[in-house]
Design a protein around this ligand. Structure first.
Ligand SMILES: Nc1nc2c(ncn2[C@@H]2O[C@H](COP(=O)(O)OP(=O)(O)OP(=O)(O)O)[C@@H](O)[C@H]2O)c(=O)[nH]1
Ligand SMILES: [Mg+2]
Length: 414
């Protein structure tokens, strides 16, 4: 299985997605997300099926992610605060016996340097061990997905990509924001198990707010996602929620039941693997659309340049070249008696003289030849310019051409 995924990853990395056809940006995102999921989740997880269940707490800035993690752990392992965003270095909490799983040498998030000790360091994944945590369950407090710090979002997305379960945190005032739904939809598409913590609910409004969130989840095909409401009735004690109500029960079940944890890993792996054929189909469809788009542009230009060639041939054949600025010089050449002398010497000689005018061997009259050449050149150039202009205009009128930078392509190259 790992070999198959490795080959699939290589094929995705080489997929020809260079042509900016409509949907090109989406194609790149889909491709990169699948590659990241293979790198950050599928290959490491399949290679380490015994590693602890990784629960990533992710969501909007200020929604209470660090507060929830600290409350579950029962100790302030990650700073919570009033400044947005507060968490910049993700904090992973696990039992001391599990620390070796997260050392970073191989597998999970190996590109992130580690830090330990009491203070998380920016740019690292901070590992906090906690003897009261059950072995086999790791909690990760992620940076936000929506503050002004875009680096945080990238890091959060990477951490979510490595998770067996997302505990997605939002609040009663933020749950309808657009960004969280982008992530929730992404979670569904990639087959990750997820649950939502709905924090900071005004006292007495749980049924109404949680009911609305559940209706929104159903309309996003996420109706089976569990919602854990947290009403804002509790005073924080030492920055932590003293009673996590339903969420506490959920975490305790996961902590006490190794089979439930294994089943959750299996469910996310199954969901991720099941999502691959559909995503590959979608990426392949976009590649085919690119090829079709490129062929359409090619057909348009071939047809138009064939017309231009026909125009040039017609102009040369009917003597247009002579009717333009060359005509005077041509008449001068004839008037000088050259033609009559040639006629006297026989029609064959006239043909030779005519040919030499056009080929320049030997030059009968350099001025006539130069004028002829510039006449021919201007006809060819004018036809090519017209064709280039038309092709650029017709390309712009297609879906695929509308996305291209056609600057400089609307005139012939000389
Ligand atoms: N009263 C109360 N305050 C809360 C609750 N949850 C969070 N807070 C406060 O809200 C602020 C933000 O909480 P954090 O836990 O830092 O939020 P976060 O989601 O980790 O934020 P970032 O790290 O910026 O992404 C802190 O001052 C918390 O003390 C809650 O349920 N009740
Ligand atoms: Mg935080």
């Amino acid at each position: 299985m790992i070999d198959v995924l490795t080959s699939l990853r290589a094929a995705l990395a080489d997929a020809p997605l260079d042509f900016p056809a409509p949907g090109h940006a989406d194609a790149l995102i889909e491709r990169d997300q699948l590659i990241d999921q293979i790198d950050d989740y599928l290959i490491p997880r399949l290679g380490r099926l015994d590693a602890p269940l990784l629960v990533v707490v992710a969501g909007s800035t200020g929604s209470g992610k660090s507060t929830v993690v600290n409350s579950i752990v029962g100790r302030n392992v990650s700073e919570a605060g009033v400044l947005r965003p507060t968490t910049r270095a993700p904090v992973l909490v696990c039992h001391p016996d599990d620390e070796s799983w997260f050392g970073g040498e191989d597998g999970l998030l190996s590109d992130l340097p580690r830090s330990t000790g009491s203070v998380p360091q920016a740019g690292t994944l901070h590992i906090a061990t906690e003897p009261t945590m059950v072995p086999g369950l790791a909690l990760l407090d992620a940076p936000d997905i929506d503050s002004v710090e875009t680096e945080n979002h990238e890091r959060a997305a990477q951490l979510m990509g490595a998770a067996d379960l997302w505990l997605f945190t939002t609040t009663a005032s933020r749950y309808a924001d657009a960004v969280p739904w982008d992530y929730l939809t992404m979670g569904r598409e990639r087959g990750t198990r997820l649950a939502i913590i709905l924090n900071r609910i005004p006292p007495g409004a749980t049924d109404e707010v949680a009911g609305h969130l559940q209706a929104m989840l159903r309309s996003h095909q996420l109706g089976d996602v569990r919602v854990f409401p947290v009403e804002a009735t509790q005073e924080l004690i030492d920055g932590r929620l003293p009673d996590l109500t339903e969420l506490g029960g959920y975490i305790r079940t996961l902590a006490s039941d190794a089979a439930a944890r294994r089943e959750m890993v299996a469910a996310t792996l199954r969901g991720a693997l099941d999502s691959i054929p559909r995503r590959i189909d979608s990426i392949a469809g976009r590649i085919i659309a690119q090829i079709d788009g490129a062929e359409l542009l090619k057909r348009i230009s071939e047809r138009r340049y064939a017309e231009a060639l026909a125009q040039i041939e017609l102009a040369l054949g009917t003597g247009t070249v002579l009717r333009r600025e060359v005509l005077d010089r041509w008449q001068e050449f004839i008037g000088a008696g050259e033609v009559m002398r040639s006629v006297q010497a026989g029609i064959g000689r006239l043909r030779d003289r005519m040919k030499s005018v056009l080929t320049g061997e030997p030059p009968p009259d350099r001025e006539v030849q130069g004028a002829l050449e510039s006449g021919i050149e201007s006809i060819v150039l004018a036809a090519a310019d017209d064709a280039a202009l038309d092709v650029a205009e017709r390309w712009r009128g297609t879906d695929v051409g509308a996305n291209l930078d056609l600057h400089g392509l609307d005139r012939a190259s000389t």
